[in-house]
Every structure is written in structure tokens, then in C-alpha cells.
Write a protein that binds this ligand. Structure first.
Ligand SMILES: [Zn+2]
Length: 68
């Protein structure tokens, strides 16, 4: 998973952060989460409909958010 670098705020900070050592040229940095964290996060943040869509997507790849 890639997000804006939290050290240089995606390149917004200046000074020593101009050449930020914590992110790549896109000012993005990888974050990793355990499978358990991802599961908990999905359950907490997704609506039931989205959860069902995710299950469907994982099963046969047919999840379609256009309907939601
Ligand atoms: Zn950075």
C-alpha cells in the first residue's frame, strides 16, 4: 500500500525535507499492515453492501461498485 509520505508531507515541507530520505521520487512511501489489521479495517470502514461486494469480488472477480 502506498501513501503520501508522512515525514515530508508529500513534499510540502521544505528545508531538510526537500531531499526526504523516507520516500521515493513520487513522495510516496510504502506502508504495511498485517492481514488482521486489514481485515479489521475493512470490517470497520466498509458498509455491509461493500463487504458483500468485496466477498463477491474475491470469489469470482465480479464485484462492481458502479451499482452502489
Ligand atoms: Zn518524504
Amino acid at each position: 500500500m502506498k501513501v503520501n509520505c508522512s515525514i515530508c508531507l508529500g513534499g510540502q515541507r521544505e528545508g531538510v525535507f526537500v531531499n526526504c530520505p523516507y520516500c521515493d521520487v513520487d513522495r510516496k512511501t510504502f506502508i504495511e499492515a498485517s492481514f488482521k489489521t486489514i481485515k479489521v479495517s475493512l470490517k470497520k470502514n466498509l458498509s455491509v453492501a461493500k463487504q458483500n461486494e468485496l466477498v463477491k469480488f474475491l470469489n469470482d472477480g465480479s464485484g462492481n461498485s458502479d451499482n452502489l
